[in-house]
Design a protein around this ligand. Structure first.
Ligand SMILES: C[S@@+](CC[C@H](N)C(=O)[O-])C[C@H]1O[C@@H](n2cnc3c(N)ncnc32)[C@H](O)[C@@H]1O
Length: 254
């Protein structure tokens, strides 16, 4: 009788699962082991420690994420299964020639991830997302393009402040901004650190809180390399994937 009951209950649950859109979201481990991830991204896992990062970012099932400057989609792919089939990941790209030549490959790459949407935008244009519609914005390894732009000198560029304003607009109250960036030695200028493709963490914190974000937390020493002197162009000194990197979490005030 007990076996019969179990069979009946299992069958009913299976039929129910087939009939309703069952929400599914992956654990960090499942996201990392997602067979749909492309090899060129999986290869970076040793350096990027995605399970620790996903735990720090702490996305909810059903969340909407903007991966700004998504490049080859390293984080977009991992976020896809983490937010699950009720969530959405916007993989932002700078529109233009480079994107035009990559568009077909990226479209094919993201096809198995039903909730990743490419978001190509002209530089400097507003985000084509609704107010208060996004839970988390990711800025991974591009802040050195934001804290200094040609001719902006030692002040935070207006174009980057405007972009932060756009992030604040599209984020929900309490929504988070994650910044992952190569560390530049403390006290280095914007001009110098941008040349190294790095940012002093204090500069990022001052810039971002100055636009209205609240600083929440930083990932505890996730990426530390005592052999990185923090004042070199990492891709010329053999430190690609081995830089000391900071990870900051900010939030839009409630
Ligand atoms: C080193 S890649 C990082 C890609 C991806 N976020 C990751 O972590 O693998 C830098 C990305 O930033 C984008 N990027 C560079 N400057 C930018 C800017 N001013 N505004 C927006 N995106 C920019 C590039 O197109 C590229 O996709």
């Amino acid at each position: 009788m007990k076996i019969l009951n179990t069979v009946v209950i299992t069958t009913v649950l299976a039929i129910f699962a087939l009939q309703v859109d069952v929400a599914y979201s992956a654990t960090a481990e499942e996201a990392v082991n997602d067979a749909n991830r492309v090899e060129s991204n999986v290869e970076k896992d040793g350096a990027r420690k995605p399970a620790g990062m996903l735990a720090f970012i702490d996305l909810d099932a059903g969340a909407t994420v903007l991966d700004y400057g998504a490049g080859g989609g390293y984080w977009s792919e991992l976020f896809s299964s983490t937010v699950g089939n009720d969530g959405m990941v916007y993989a932002h790209q700078n529109a233009g020639e480079r994107f035009d030549s990559n568009k077909d490959a990226l479209t094919t790459q993201f096809e198995p991830f039903s909730n990743i949407k490419l978001l190509p935008l002209a530089r400097g244009s507003a985000l084509t997302l609704d107010n208060s519609s996004v839970d988390t914005v990711m800025l991974s390894y591009l802040y050195h393009h934001m804290h200094y732009v040609d001719g902006s000198g030692e002040t935070f560029p207006e174009s980057s402040a405007a972009l932060m304003g756009e992030f604040l607009r599209v984020l929900k109250p309490g929504g988070t901004l994650i910044v992952i960036e190569h560390v530049a030695v403390a006290g280095s200028s914007r001009t110098q650190s941008a040349d190294w493709h790095r940012t002093p963490p204090a500069t990022a914190k001052a810039d971002i809180t100055g636009t209205g974000f609240e600083f929440v937390d930083e990932a505890p020493q996730l990426y530390m390399n005592p052999e990185d002197d923090l004042q070199n162009i990492w891709y010329e000194t053999g430190l690609s994937g081995k830089t000391t990197t900071f990870v900051h979490k900010y939030k839009k005030p409630n």
